[in-house]
Design a protein around this ligand. Structure first.
Ligand SMILES: Cc1ncc(COP(=O)(O)O)c(C=O)c1O
Length: 445
């Protein structure tokens, strides 16, 4: 009998070839993808089958927050698989019971009831449904510089170009501008942005708007940290007009920003909070939608119309509980805060040293750099939704040097696992520092 142990391993090239032949890569023309073959991972590193080491400077998809291969989570998954790998969602299991109670402790305010999903998009999908059901209104406001997932409703709320191919999408979605207007125009104040938001609410008719969904700190669209007063103002407007505030913390949750949830920086309690990624650090898929007590009470006597075969999957709930324990035992939230201060300084140094760095933003260990080719006009190094030779060369340099991160349009990300040491962080930034010489050469001053 051929077992996994006796099957000869595939080479990196064989893995890539077979993967490309029989599977689809997301958001890409298949002939253009050039995946890194990955065989194993530990801490902040992963390795190809041939042993090339990469620093995982994006925590894969801003998700492996505790780092790779943590034995405590692996053990919890193993033990749960041995005891009860699956029970259907009409059953009550111990990991589900404990995880609900634990999340009620760590989520803000009176959010204390959770619906578990397979990932972030489904959490947002259910938030849309509940908001409409609760308010009896149908419109949802979302922002242009956002990503909320790839399912029907979540991709319609998504503001970035990934939405375009899915249009017209679900009815009733209204997009608004963010306080940030791109590297050339920059930021407007919280007050200005809130005036625009209120105008849209009035023009759309507040009595037709069920919810405003927003990423607390916008992720793939630029690590956009809202100006102080913005989230508080959104909260106030939502309350005033009876609109539910839904914060998508799929990427910004679980320590990434130096708080359990990014809303804590501004002491704002949304009506619903969605999460995934860092919830299990992506060891197994799990998302969750958290809601305040007042919303959850609605379903005491009325039917909650929602379901998934893998809702509250015991393996995933056990993994989440173990992951949360790791954040606590290793003080990873405080660590993201203190190392976040170091990263802010390193980003600022890059900005001082490299003319191609137009802006560097971060909060906790959530960071990104936007590159420009003209210091006077601030023309980005690649156009909106596009790339350029310089960005492609930078991406190639990072890969050759064993630094994995997401390079998108005119920017790249600095989102290491929260377990990274200061020394490792400096090692990664030293590679970035050398790579930026490539983009510096294209700058017109
Ligand atoms: C802010 C945000 N919301 C939602 C999602 C979708 O989550 P998933 O891919 O788990 O469906 C993502 C994924 O990157 C995200 O970053």
């Amino acid at each position: 009998m051929t077992t996994l142990a006796t099957t000869p391993s595939l080479s990196g090239q064989e893995i890539v070839d077979l993967t490309k032949k029989h599977t689809l890569f997301e958001w890409s023309a298949q002939s253009k993808v050039d995946p890194i073959p990955v065989a194993r991972a530990k801490g902040i590193y992963f390795w190809t089958p041939e042993g090339k080491r990469f620093i995982d400077f994006n925590s894969q998809l801003m998700s492996v927050n505790i780092g790779h291969g943590d034995e405590r989570v692996i053990r919890a998954i193993h033990e749960q698989a041995q005891t009860l790998a699956y029970a259907n969602p009409f059953m009550a299991t111990e990991p589900r019971a404990r995880l609900g109670a634990k999340l009620a402790q760590i989520t803000p305010g009176d959010i204390d009831t959770f619906f578990f999903t397979n990932g972030g998009a489904e959490a947002n999908e259910n938030a849309i449904k509940i908001a409409r059901f609760f308010t009896g209104r149908h419109k949802i406001i979302a922002r242009y510089r956002s990503y909320h997932g790839a399912t029907a409703g979540s991709i319609t709320l998504t503001g970035d170009p990934r939405r375009w191919a899915a249009e017209p999408g679900i009815p009733g979605v209204v997009h608004v501008l963010d306080p940030y207007h791109g590297i050339e125009r920059g930021w407007e104040s919280a007050a200005q942005s809130l005036v625009m938001l209120e105008e849209v609410i009035q023009l759309e008719g507040p009595q037709t708007i069920a919810a405003f969904m927003l990423e607390t700190v916008t992720g793939t669209n630029g690590v956009l940290v809202p100006p102080d007063g913005y989230l508080e103002g959104v909260r106030e407007l939502c309350t005033r007009y009876g609109i539910l505030m839904i914060c998508d913390e799929v990427m910004s949750g679980f320590g990434r920003t130096g708080e359990w949830f990014a809303v804590n920086h501004w002491h704002v309690v949304p009506d619903m909070l969605t999460m995934a990624k860092g919830l299990t650090s992506a060891y197994v898929p799990l998302g969750a939608l958290g809601m305040r007590r007042g919303l959850a009470d609605l379903f005491q006597d009325r039917v909650f119309y929602g379901g998934l075969t893998y809702n509250s999957h015991p393996l995933a709930c056990a993994a989440a509980l173990a992951t949360i324990r790791v954040y606590e035992e290793d003080n990873l939230i405080a660590r993201a805060r203190s190392l976040g201060a170091v990263m802010k300084q390193l980003l600022s140094d890059l900005q001082q040293r490299h003319p191609s760095v137009g802006e560097a933003r971060s909060i906790g260990l959530f960071g990104m750099v936007e590159l420009i080719r003209n210091r006077a006009t601030r023309q980005p190094m690649a156009p909106f939704n596009g790339t350029s030779d310089e960005m492609a060369a930078l991406s190639r340099f990072f890969r050759d040097e064993g630094l994995y991160t997401l390079v998108r349009w005119n920017s790249f990300y600095t989102n290491p696992p929260l377990c990274i040491t200061e020394e490792e962080l400096r090692e990664a930034f030293a590679i970035v520092d050398r790579g930026l010489e490539i983009t510096d050469r294209a700058v017109v001053t």
